[in-house]
Design a binder for this molecule. Structure first.
Ligand code: CU
Length: 395
């Protein structure tokens, strides 16, 4: 073993099993708040990942795996080639919808829309379910493949470390609106009041934008589907796949991100939860409890309301969705690799949202549906970022 963290060393000395998750109490409140603890934990997980994969003697290795980077860590030209490829996918015709299906999907005009429609279609089977993490892992992988195969993108899926921006996402380089950003905030709309989000039991104050994105790569990005479940009810479409042509709207909201997406939130999640059922539940939030949104819900709601990013069903309409879910996937990989033998293939739950209506516990042999996105996948093939259809890691 060429990588020994101080903790793994301690565990070895005391005769405990190696590769246990470090206790949260190892870190000071200051280090947890600043992100130093998260950085240390992700380094520990990465070292263990490298040891584990190198011990497996397979074609995909730590060193030849694709590397997904934080958006800002990518060279500027590569950022632009990513956003250009997303725009290209939004101008590419549907690839899998048949002529027979077309009448049922009047809002689907592009390949990108096929991703959005698929997420809408399966919303209640892929959130608060056993396959929430695995489904979204494959979903962003499939988009990455299409960007490369249909639109000439040569890089990999970026992620957005929103924790670095939790205090003020509106000031982030990711949203500064220059040609190397993910597009700007929405135009500022003054004099708005709070919105009560009944299902989550929280009050959403107005954010820092509120209107159409004005500048940067997606300033003329037109979305065709949703919203389906926005609390701004008069905006919702009648049929789930109705055509609703509208501008990309953002209202970057520091009140949400500072409460739900801080380094403390993400460190507490990774180190505080040792069971998959708790980890995936806390990540998605407990409606009506202290952590009503979790880091996953926070990353959606920090887009503000109304915004494409906040709609439970049609949120992939905003390309930031894929960077947010890159971060979610990265957090899962860190958590898995802190105790890879115990966590690589651990799942818990059923195939219906909060098991309502009740359904059977999912198994790794189950097929997971991907609609217009791709062929259905075996659940168990989606658990390992170095196995099945995958060979990538985050840096
Ligand atoms: Cu989702």
């Amino acid at each position: 073993m060429h990588f020994v963290s101080s903790l793994a060393g301690l565990a070895a000395v005391s005769g405990l099993a190696l590769a246990q998750s470090p206790p949260l109490s190892d870190y000071s409140p200051e280090d947890i708040q600043s992100g130093a603890a998260f950085k240390d934990v992700s380094n520990t997980a990465d070292g263990r990942m490298r040891d584990n994969i190198n011990g497996r003697n397979q074609a995909c290795t730590y060193d030849n795996a694709q590397v997904r980077q934080e958006f800002r860590a990518m060279p500027k030209e590569q950022r632009k080639s990513f956003t250009d490829a997303v725009t290209c996918l939004h101008h590419t015709p549907p690839q899998r919808m048949t002529d027979a299906e077309r009448p049922n999907y009047p809002g689907v005009f592009t390949r990108y829309d096929e991703f959005v429609a698929t997420h809408i279609n399966y919303t209640t089977q892929i959130h608060m379910t056993a396959d929430f993490l695995a489904w979204h892992r494959f979903f962003i992988h499939a988009l990455e493949q299409d960007l490369r195969n249909l639109c000439g993108y040569t890089g990999y899926m970026p992620y957005w470390d929103w924790a670095a921006d939790a205090a003020a996402p509106q000031d982030s380089e990711v949203f500064n609106g220059d040609e190397w950003s993910m597009g700007g905030n929405g135009e500022y709309v003054p004099n708005r009041s709070n919105t009560w989000l009944g299902t989550m039991q929280i009050n959403l104050p107005p954010g820092t934008g509120g209107g159409c994105v004005q500048n940067g790569p997606f300033n003329d990005f037109v979305t065709n589907l949703g919203p389906v479940s926005s609390p701004y009810g008069d905006e919702n479409v009648q049929g789930h796949f109705d055509h609703n042509r509208r501008c990309l709207t953002r209202d970057l909201n520091p009140a949400i991100s500072s409460q739900y997406n801080s380094y403390k939130n993400v460190t507490d999640l990774i180190l505080g939860e040792i069971y998959i059922e708790d980890f995936q539940q806390l990540m998605q939030g407990y409606g009506g409890h202290d952590n009503a949104l979790g880091v996953h819900g926070g990353g959606h709601w920090l887009g503000g309301g109304p915004s494409q990013l906040e709609d439970f069903h049609s949120s992939p309409n905003d390309p930031v969705f894929f960077l947010h879910h890159g971060m979610i996937d990265r957090i899962w990989i860190i958590w898995q690799n802190l105790d890879i033998n115990g966590r690589q293939n651990i799942i818990h739950g059923t195939s219906t949202l909060n098991n309502d209506p009740p359904s059977d516990p999912m198994q790794l042999s189950d097929m997971i549906p991907f609609g217009f996105v791709a062929d259905d996948q075996v659940f168990g093939d989606l658990m390992d970022n170095f196995g099945g259809p995958y060979c990538y890691r985050y840096e």
